[in-house]
Write a protein that binds this ligand. Structure first.
Ligand code: NAD
Length: 457
């Protein structure tokens, strides 16, 4: 028997689900948020936040190792993984408490337990039905494994984040976002890393110029990678792992990290039984995130597209506003910013040069690229890289692509340029503070507008 009818019942308390809950409550709706594990989901507990803490510890290690270059005499004595994990867990725990507090303050009914969709308007948890005028599916994702047995020395990011020891040698299967971030951390911690990537480039979804620049930077950092290499199998024993590739070669190491993408967590949740349209486990929706069944919406990693926390947040907000009748503008997938926090950082938004050429034709595109070598702050940080702008000829900036230390922080202006359809001619007179790496963005806009200031030709 149902006790209360909610305005929204949300299945899953990760980035998408909790954003829908908070925005729904803010709009005066009665909200139930159902979560089997911990509010905050993958992003907070086993994704974005813990990996970025590890990457920051890695940066501290690198700076210590290279301190002499700055006239500071320090010696890196070692990495204490127990303490690194304590630091990481402290960050998570503080954010988790804050989030629990937010959910409480918004008078959201938080239900701890495994929910199942049992009707188009109801989710059941341990025999109790939570009925909603609208239901939001937000059950998230899991690490794909290609059928590889996970355990011992063969792990996904879930286990790698819990490791209290540092391997001497590691193989990373997959040169996508998780693969390059872990490779970067481990290299900074002194590990010999080899990445195995099936496609011709690292971070293959990025503009090719970024992939090539990252490959150059990784070579310099002595991170090995095999591109166009397909995985055939892995064996492990007490001493290590042996990975075989389809070309017959083998690689050995202490551990194998499997980072070949994330799948939608939609099994055993009753979705199929309620007729939710699905494709290979993903929940299909229209552009307003409605599933076409009852008043059921879906958000986050279960909806095909970029599996990013901030996409989930925005989709959660969108759906809550849609349910409240506010008719929010649909989310444009290509306007979602992407940041990969390896060293050097890779950040982008909008169309790659190749996508822009396909859309507007070769004559319809203009491109500028500003090297960080001329940027004062980049020189101070001793980083290499560039900012590349892709624009429509006689039109707005449609893509921003960046590589270099700390350039992830420049994504704010980049996403405004693309999403507000800024013309380089309008950006050129806007002042970028000196000395910042942000100046390179201004310089790239000047160049795209045909009046580069610091160019040699
Ligand atoms: P991914 O899709 O980014 O990369 C997986 C890579 O594995 C691909 O490049 C693919 O070609 C390769 N691959 C697949 N099968 C292979 C095989 N048999 N042999 C060799 N290579 C193979 O996925 P991911 O890195 O696992 O990340 C999962 C999701 O999490 C992504 O959607 C990502 O956007 C998200 N994520 C985002 C961030 C961030 O925003 N900084 C960080 C981590 C993860």
């Amino acid at each position: 028997m149902s006790e209360t009818v909610f305005d929204i019942v949300i299945l899953g308390g990760g980035s998408g689900g909790y954003a829908a809950a908070l925005r729904g409550a803010q709009l005066g709706m009665k909200v139930a948020l159902i979560e089997a594990d911990k509010v905050g989901g993958t992003c907070l507990h086993k994704g974005c936040i813990p990996t970025k803490a590890l990457l920051h510890a890695a940066e501290v290690a690198d700076l210590t190792r290279e301190s002499e270059q700055y006239g500071v005499n320090a010696t890196l004595e070692g990495i204490d993984m127990v303490k690194v994990n304590a630091y990481k867990d402290q960050v998570i725990s503080r954010l988790h408490k804050g989030l629990q507090g937010l959910v409480g303050h918004h008078n959201i009914t938080y239900v701890a337990g495994w929910g199942t969709l049992v009707a188009p308007d109801a989710v059941e948890v341990d025999g109790t039905r939570y009925q909603g005028r609208a239901v939001v599916l937000a059950s998230g994702s899991f690490a794909r494994t290609l059928g590889i047995d996970i355990g011992g020395r063969v792990m996904t990011s879930d286990q790698a984040l819990q490791m209290d020891w540092i391997p001497s040698r590691a193989i990373v299967l997959g040169g996508g976002v998780i693969g390059v971030e872990f490779a970067s951390v481990w290299r900074s911690f002194g590990v010999d890393v080899t990445i195995v990537e099936a496609l011709p480039h690292l971070v293959p979804n990025e503009d090719e110029a970024l992939s090539k620049a990252l490959e150059r930077a990784f070579r310099k950092r002595k991170i090995a990678f095999k591109l166009g290499a397909r995985f055939a199998g892995v064996q492990q024993d007490d001493n290590g792992v042996v990975v075989s590739l389809e070309d017959g070669s083998t690689l050995s190491a202490d551990v194998l990290l499997v980072a070949v993408g994330r799948g939608p967590a939609t099994k055993d949740l009753g979705y199929e039984a309620q007729g939710i349209p699905m494709d290979r486990g993903f929940v299909l929706t229209n552009e307003r995130l409605h599933t076409g069944v009852g008043n059921i919406y879906a958000v986050g990693d279960i909806v095909p597209g970029l599996q990013l926390a901030h996409r989930g947040f925005q989709q959660g907000i969108f759906v809550a506003e849609e349910i409240a009748g506010l008719q929010p503008a649909a989310i444009v997938e290509s306007g979602i910013p992407r940041v990969t926090y390896c060293d050097p950082e890779v950040a982008s938004v909008g169309l790659t040069e190749a996508q822009a050429r396909e859309k507007y034709g070769d004559d319809g595109v203009r491109v500028s690229e500003v090297n960080l070598a001329a940027n004062g702050k980049s020189g101070i940080l001793k980083t290499a890289g560039f900012i590349k702008l892709v624009g429509q000829k006689d039109g707005p900036i449609v893509g921003v692509h960046m590589i270099g230390a700390r350039l992830g922080e420049q994504i704010g202006e980049a996403q405004l340029l693309v999403n507000w359809e800024a013309w380089p001619e309008d950006v050129a007179p806007l002042i970028h503070a000196h000395p910042t790496q942000n100046e390179a963005m201004g310089e790239a806009a000047l160049a795209l507008a045909g009046k580069p200031l610091h160019a040699h030709n």
